[in-house]
Design a protein around this ligand. Sequence first.
Ligand SMILES: *Cc1c(COP(=O)(O)O)cnc(C)c1O
Length: 352
Amino acid sequence: MPQQAAPTTPLIDLRSDTVTQPTDAMRRAMFAAPLGDDVLGDDPSVIALEKQVAELLGKPAALFTPSGTMANQLAIRCHTQPGDEVLAHEDSHIIHYETGAPAALSGVMINPLRSERGFFTEHDLRAAVRAPGIHSPASRLVVIENTHNRGGGSVWPVDQLAGVCKTAHELGLSRHLDGARLWNACAATGLSPREIAGHFDTVSVCFSKGLGAPVGSALCGEKDLIDRARRFRKMFGGGMRQSGLLAAAAGHALTHHRERLREDHEHAQILADAVGRSASLRLALPRETNMVFFDVMNPALDAAAFCAALLKHHAIAALPMGTHRVRLVTHLHISAADARRAAEAITRLAGE
Ligand SMILES: *Cc1c(COP(=O)(O)O)cnc(C)c1O
């Protein structure tokens, strides 16, 4: 927990949807989980989770991983050879937040596509793909992130996504979905997970974001690819033993916490509305799911100072994302009343 000056006021933590604690019911599911040794392939709770998530996404197989980063990197490793090129939006998680892993673990380079809010078009993709030749890296894989984190929790319009994936296939590229927040994209659009996942060869999803599990992600795809990914997971140090304990939490989250993501989106709208009404703040990106990005307009107050004051005086934690940009994320532990209290405090602080 971050340091706060007024410990009597309960902390409202809006830094990320990763800060959630397992609920009592989730802990009971973990306690009751039958366990085995997943590296030896006989942990029944992991096997059950992999089956559950594969079915939900309409893929033949799934692999439980310790993190979303590992799930994405396993996909990149399986789809590429060293020297290949991956096409992804310039604001992608795989570029900004995965420690250079595509270069370190797969020996690939990334061709970043430039456009607004994490989206790109069939035209952008065609323009970026390289013609085969002795001089060029081979364009091999396209990665789409949905919802897009640095794009503001933005949701890909499904027709655009389908068009880009169809074009990618025509161009001979594999297609990976970084679906860390696919559940939020589904809650926002009413589409089922498999309706979105169906456009991709592989999909990674997180259980430890909005769904509220303590640890874990999954990579889903064809059986052959997932068998190879299982081997690479061991190579990357991600083979886990009695991981059914964690898989049980993830399974509980999948069953019980997907429907309620709509509430997170409503609570984010309370925050976005307050930002919109304040003359001292500006909404930096449209609010589409559980994220709100805003700029502090006072040039003398940078985002780090704003967040420090918010924590000190109002017991609200937010994340500075640039000199003047702040990010707020709603989740399982943020009620409508919390969102209203945070909205009040943020606009008051900005106006001072
Ligand atoms: C959080 C996140 C991931 C995975 O992050 P880990 O912390 O490694 O689990 C991947 N992609 C996106 C878009 C994310 O927001």
